[in-house]
Design a protein around this ligand. Structure first.
Ligand code: SAM
Length: 322
């Protein structure tokens, strides 16, 4: 990017969009500013028991139950917070007391601070690039992130920055990152579901009630095209751990989740994006969530027998040396 961006920009100029194709950071700002107001709805993000449990379970899957003895962490910084899904729900779960929600997208920081304030949480927000975090050395106890590392051009540089802002002994936890194999099957399943669903819902007897308006479908296609620019990496779990060690972390470990759950989850999410949302009520949402939960339980058993790299999501944790 040529200049730091400090205010949301939901209506970029044609020139900015053109430059974004060659500049992943500018693409991230434009794409996520544009998504900020509808992001929670698009990804079924909420700040109730369902998402509190989800966030806490991801954290525990990364660090283990023994870490609960350290809760609540004091000053906690989230990188790429988006609307605050991970940190705000971790705070509600009792993992952290003071939250700093940061993101490259000013629109997302605004949304995260608004969400945190509405929940009555102690949060501050700041626009921040993970490759040059605007916080002092040794100023926070824990750094977290969810679905952010794969957007950052230089992941090792970002992890060095994470270690710099952590106090000695402080921990980092990143969850929700795509593995290379997982991303391969998720994209194929998503594309097949999109093509099948849009073909069927455009048949005359179904079109009126089931298909999404043409302009919404066109918008989804434009979003999918920009996603190709903002999604920079997929990870082999071992290589990701090696990156954290090179950055200077200790006690580094990875865990992976979602195999059969991803085989269900990606078609379900794509189906939801392709059809008229008014056709899918609460019963559908509960069916999808419960099915995902059951398959995730199967995957936890499979994780004892199968290599990490086959699963869809990788989680990474490590610490700053004392
Ligand atoms: C997929 S979204 C995830 C948002 C949120 N963590 C969640 O799980 O809902 C990725 C977020 O990372 C942010 N991001 C991308 N590149 C970044 C960077 N270099 N530094 C900080 N944030 C970045 C994007 O603006 C976006 O809000």
């Amino acid at each position: 990017m040529n200049k730091p961006v400090t205010a949301p920009n939901p209506n970029p100029t044609a020139d900015e969009v053109e430059r974004a194709w060659k500049d992943p950071k500018l693409a991230n700002v434009l794409y996520h500013d544009w998504e900020a107001s509808t992001y929670d709805e698009k990804w079924s993000i909420s700040y109730d028991e369902r998402c509190i449990d989800y966030a806490r379970d991801r954290f525990v899957a990364a660090v283990g139950r023994d870490d609960m003895a350290r809760w609540p962490y004091g000053e906690v910084l989230e990188l790429g917070s988006g609307t605050g899904f991970f940190l705000l729900n971790l705070m509600q779960a009792g993992v952290a007391t003071k939250g700093h929600v940061t993101d490259l997208s000013p629109g997302m920081v605004e949304a995260a601070v608004r969400n945190g304030t509405e929940l009555g949480l102690d949060v501050e927000g700041r626009v921040a690039d993970a490759e040059s975090i605007p916080y002092d050395d040794a100023s926070v106890d824990l750094v977290v992130g969810h679905a952010v590392l794969h957007h950052i051009p230089d992941v090792e540089l970002a992890l060095r920055e994470v270690l710099r802002v952590l106090r000695p002994g402080g921990r980092f936890v990143f969850a929700g990152e795509p593995t290379t194999i997982g991303d391969w099957y998720a994209r194929r399943l998503g594309r097949l579901t999109w093509e099948a669903t849009t073909a069927v819902t455009h048949l005359a007897p179904l079109r009126q009630r089931w298909s999404r308006p043409a302009e919404e479908l066109a918008e989804s296609s434009r979003a999918a095209a920009l996603e190709a620019v903002v999604d920079i990496h997929t990870f082999d779990p071992r290589a990701l751990a090696a990156t954290a060690l090179r950055a200077g972390a200790i006690d580094v470990s990875t865990a992976t989740e979602e195999l059969t759950a991803a085989f269900l989850g990606w078609p379900v999410r794509t189906f939801e994006a392709a059809v008229n949302p008014q056709r899918l009520g609460m019963r559908w949402a509960m069916f999808a969530y419960r099915s995902w939960q059951r398959l995730s339980a199967v995957d936890r058993v499979l994780a004892h027998a199968l290599p990490q790299r086959l699963f869809y999501n990788v989680l990474l944790t490590g610490s700053r040396p004392e």
